[in-house]
Write a protein that binds this ligand. Sequence first.
Ligand code: ZN
Ligand code: ZN
Length: 170
Amino acid sequence: MGILFILLWITCGFIAAGIASGRNHNAGVWFVIGALFGVFGLIGAFLLPDKSKSAEKSATAPNTSDIENQTRTCPFCAEEIKAKAVVCRFCGKDVPPVETPKQEAPITLKESELSKLKSEVGEDAVQLSSKDAQAWHCVCGSTNSLEIKNCGECKRNRDFVLANYKLRSL
Ligand SMILES: [Zn+2]
Ligand SMILES: [Zn+2]
C-alpha cells in the first residue's frame, strides 16, 4: 500500500511536469508540486495558462525601436550619430538625410510655365534643366552625362542651360 501510494504520487508528479512543460512552465517545479500534492497538483497543472502563446507573441513582435537605434557615421567628423539625425551632435554640421540615394527627378512644369519656357528657350523645350550626381537634364528633355559639354540632342551648352534655364531663373 505504502509503495503504491508513493508510486501514484510520483506518477502525478510526472504528469503534472508533462502538462506544465507543454505550456512552457518549469517542468521540474511542477514535478515537485505533482509529487507533493498528487491529484491536486495535477489539477493545478491543468489550470496553468498557456505561456507559449504569449511568449511567441512577444518574440515575433517587430522591434519598432530598431530605426531609432540605428547609427551611421557623420560625413564630416566620422563620429557615430543616429541614423535619423539631421545635425551632427559632435561637430554641429548639418548632415544629409538618410534617404540620399534618391535621384533628383527633372522638374515637371505646369502648362503656363512650359509655354513661358518655350518662348524663352525654344519650341523644343520640355522641362527645366537639372543636374544630379551622374547626369544633367537638358531643357530639350534629353539626359546627358555630366562630362558632356553640349547636349547630344539640341547642342545647347551644358553650363549655359544649367545656369539659365533652371527653376529660379524663370
Ligand atoms: Zn560630425
Ligand atoms: Zn538638349
